[in-house]
Design a protein around this ligand. Sequence first.
Ligand code: ATP
Length: 457
Amino acid sequence: MTTSMENIISLCKRRGFIYQGSEIYGGLAGTWDYGPLGVALKKNIENLWWKRFVLDRENIYGVDAAILMNQDVWKASGHVGGFSDPLTEDLKTKKRYRADHLLEENGVDPRGMTLEKMDAVIKEKGLKSPEGNPLGDVRQFNMMFKTHAGATQDDASITYLRPETAGGMFVNFKNIIDSFHPKLPFGMAQVGKAFRNEIAPRDFIFRVRELEQMEIEFFVKPDDWKPHFERFQKEQVEFLTQDLGLNPAHIHQVEIAAEDRAHYSKWSVDTEFDFPMGQKELLGLAYRTDFDLKSHTTASKVDLSYYDEETKERFTPHCVEPTFGLGRLMLAVLSDAYQEDEQNGEKRVYLKFDKKVAPVKAAVFPLLKNKPELVAKAREVYSALKKQIPQVMWDDNGNIGKRYRRQDEIGTPYCVTIDFDTLGETPAHADTVTIRDRDTGKQERVPISKLKDWILN
Ligand code: ATP
C-alpha cells in the first residue's frame, strides 16, 4: 500500500527518524534534521550504494571533495549562467512559485515549454496564484546559494554552495589519472551534501534546499557511451529492488525529451517512483558527453584529456552520470515500507523494511523488567549480540506488547525475549530465547548460540 505523506511525516517525527529543521524557532523551509533512526536508515542506504557501486568494483574511485569551490568551477559548468527554475510571483502577496508546477497543478503539461511559452499559457488561461491573485511574468531564478569566502565581500570572494556533487569530481579528474593511472572506462563516485535554493520546497524530504546526493561520473571512450548508459540504467533498478527492497511495480523509467534535459545532457533517463504524492523523479541518469571535461579544460587551461596507451591517441573522455538523491531514496523506502494491519484484534502500524535497510536489526529485552535475574541474562545476550551486529537495540520500557508495537513502528525485523525458560525453568529450553517476527507476529525458540546467524540469515 502507499500511504499518505501525513502518516509518514508523523511516524518519522514520533519515532525519531526525521524532525523539522530549526523546529523550536518555527522551522526553516526546505531543511530537515535526522534523528538517530533516520541517520541509521540513511547510512544503511548509503553503505549499500557504496558497496554496490564502489567497493564491489575495481574501476570506480571514491572521492570526497569540498562543498565550497572556486566560483570559476560553476561558471565553466554552466551553473552560474543556467542553473535556474522558472519563477512567477503572486503580485499581491509577493510569494513566489515554480511556473511549471503551477501549470501542472492546473492540468497543463509544462514539459518542453520555453519560459515565454509558460508565460503565454499562464496569461492565456488567466491562471492565478494558489491564493487567487494575479501572477507576474515568468522569469528565470538561479538556484545556487551564493556566499563569500573570507573577510572581503567583493566579486572576487564570491563562492557557491555546490548545487550538485558532480563538480567536485570533474575538477579532480586529473588527480585521479595522475595518482592511479586508470584505463578507460573508469569512474569516480561521491556522496555528499548539495544545496539548491528551491523556489518552493515541499513534499517533506522530497524537495529540500539542503540535500544529499550519491553520484558517479563514469568516463568512457567517446563512441562507447551507450552500453555503459544502458548497464547503469539496469543497475539503478537493481539497486532499488535488490538492495533497498522497493516494489518493482512502483518504479518507472522515463526518457527525457531534449527540451527538458539539463544543459549538459545529450540523453537522459529519469527513474520515477510512486511516492505518496504521485509519480515523481527519484533518480537521474545522464549522458554528459565531454561537456564538463572540455569546459573545465578551456576555463582552467589545465588539460583534462586522456592518453590511450594502446591506440596512442589523446582525446577527451565522455561521461555517463548516474545520480541518486539520498533523501528521495529514504522517502521511497519509507513509503513502500509503511503498513497497517491488525494483530490479535489490535490495529498496528509497522514499517516492513527489507532487513538490509532496517535501522535496527533486532531488539533484545527481558520478559519482565523487575526480575534482576532476567535483566542480567538479557543484558548478557544483548552485549554479546551487539558486538556481532551493531544495529541491535535494548528495550525494556513498558510491557511486552508495547515493546512489540514500538519496534514494529520502527521496522525492527526481530524481537528477542529472554524469559524464565532461558534461565532453565523448562530444562529443555535452557539457553534459548524467543524470536518474534515483525511481519507475521509468529514466535520461535532459538538457541542463544544460533541467534546471530538466525537474525542475519
Ligand atoms: P527535479 O526535476 O525534481 O527538481 P532535478 O532533475 O533538478 O530534480 P537532478 O539535477 O537530476 O534533479 O539531481 C539529481 C538527483 O538529486 C535527483 O534525481 C534527486 O534524487 C535529487 N534532488 C535534486 N533536487 C533535489 C531537491 N531539491 N531535494 C531533494 N532531492 C533532490
